[in-house]
Ligand binder design. Structure first.
Ligand code: NAD
Ligand code: TYD
Length: 354
């Protein structure tokens, strides 16, 4: 069996569903159910005996020690994190607690468990840490994409906390021999994406007739990957990645934010035209930029492609169409996640932004 942390969030829930669609290996899913965790994401597994959900914190050593002893997983995939840059700017504390202290406590529990395994189980065990391209900092328009050896230059409290967690994972391999793997992935999009991030926020706001808030000049570039392709990359790395190695994962899909927003508007114009006949583009509003906003991220995914034969299945065009359609088809999921705390976040982040 495997232990997934943060498996009620966006990528983690997609991963668990994909995993169980392809394998019968039981999955223990440890998630704190913060604002970003949502058991509705996993409703298709509610009567599936292969999925064991545990509500709890990766930083709770007693809980994690108990789970490891009881279930004896052969692998751990660590998705649990605070993941939103804007929230890290408004309040970094939770990022330090979960991304740094939480990862540290999890590693300590795993180290003790792993040390107690027999030689065969020890050798086969894997700790896969899911991280981000944001740890590498920001690129100019012409610099080459991030490779695995690019220096770490995190610029936000979010990316700094993820960078710290990556370093801890590296140290646990180097010092204690823990069989770790790290993936650094670019921006994901797809079903179950919480509507505080760019793509789902734009879809949800467009349909609600609200402004589409583009930070700064909208020319910041991200490298977008459909979430199922990220999940397939993690499965590849878990199966055949070399212990102690880092694999960058990306979609080779660099796009400026404003182009993403225009693409979403175009798809909605086609699939759910506005009642007044004009384009959703009318709702685009340029607002004050994010402090310390990274200009460009781009991933060189050459290592995972050549070593492990991974490549994405979706192009941006196919992935974004599926995503917009998913939000149109899942309006009740959308309204359920727009709770009071979601509305107060939106007010905090966008009020007074111009
Ligand atoms: P998310 O915010 O949607 O989900 C995070 C999940 O972790 C939630 O279910 C939350 O309840 C849970 N969680 C938070 N703190 C916890 C704790 N202390 N203990 C247990 N569970 C806890 O995030 P996501 O977008 O699904 O990202 C998952 C991972 O992938 C993160 O580590 C993130 O840094 C990384 N990542 C995300 C992206 C992206 O574009 N979203 C890209 C690259 C890497
Ligand atoms: P986001 O989805 O928050 O991911 P990240 O900051 O981790 O890359 O943002 C993606 C890009 O979209 C980023 O350049 C910030 C920008 N953005 C906006 O322009 N408006 C918004 O309302 C949001 C949430 C993001």
């Amino acid at each position: 069996m495997i232990l997934v942390t943060g498996g009620a969030g966006f990528i983690g829930s997609n991963f668990v569903m994909n995993w169980l669609a392809q394998s019968d290996e039981t999955t223990i899913n440890l998630d704190l159910l913060t604002y970003a965790g949502n058991l509705q994401n996993l409703s298709s597994l509610s009567s599936d005996q292969r999925h064991i959900f545990v509500h709890g914190n990766i930083a709770d050593s007693t809980l994690v020690n108990g789970l490891l002893t009881q279930h004896q997983p052969r692998a751990i995939i660590n998705f649990a994190a605070e993941s939103h840059v804007d929230r890290s700017i408004h309040g970094p504390e939770d990022f330090i607690q979960t991304n740094i202290i939480g990862t540290f406590r999890l590693l300590e529990a795993v180290r003790a468990y792993w040390n107690g395994l027999n030689e065969g189980a020890k050798k086969g065990f894997r700790f896969l840490h899911v991280s981000t391209d944001e740890v590498y900092g920001s690129l100019s328009k012409t610099e080459p994409a991030f490779s695995e050896t690019h220096q770490y230059e995190p610029n936000s409290p979010y990316s700094a906390s993820k960078a710290a967690s990556d370093h801890l994972v590296r140290a646990y391999h180097h010092t204690y021999g823990l069989p770790t793997l790290t993936t650094n992935c670019s921006n994901n999009y797809g079903p179950y994406h919480f509507p505080e991030k760019l793509i789902p926020l734009m879809i949800v706001n467009a349909l609600a007739g609200k402004p589409l808030p583009v930070y700064g000049d909208g020319q910041q570039i991200r490298d977008w990957l459909y979430v199922k392709d990220h999940c397939s990359a993690i499965r590849r790395v878990l199966a055949d990645g070399r212990v102690g190695e880092v694999y960058n994962v990306g979609g080779c899909n660099e796009k400026p934010n404003i182009e993403i927003v225009h693409t979403i508007c175009g798809l909605l114009d086609e699939l759910r035209p506005r009642s007044d006949g004009s384009s959703y583009r009318e709702q685009v509003t340029y607002v004050t930029d994010r402090p310390g906003h990274d200009r460009r991220y781009a991933i060189d995914a050459g290592k995972i492609a050549s070593e492990l034969g991974w490549k994405p299945d979706e192009t941006f065009e196919t992935g974004i169409r599926k995503t917009v359609q998913w939000y149109l088809d899942n309006q009740s999921w959308v309204s359920n996640v727009q709770s009071g705390s979601y509305r107060s976040w939106v007010e905090k982040n966008y009020q007074g932004r111009g």
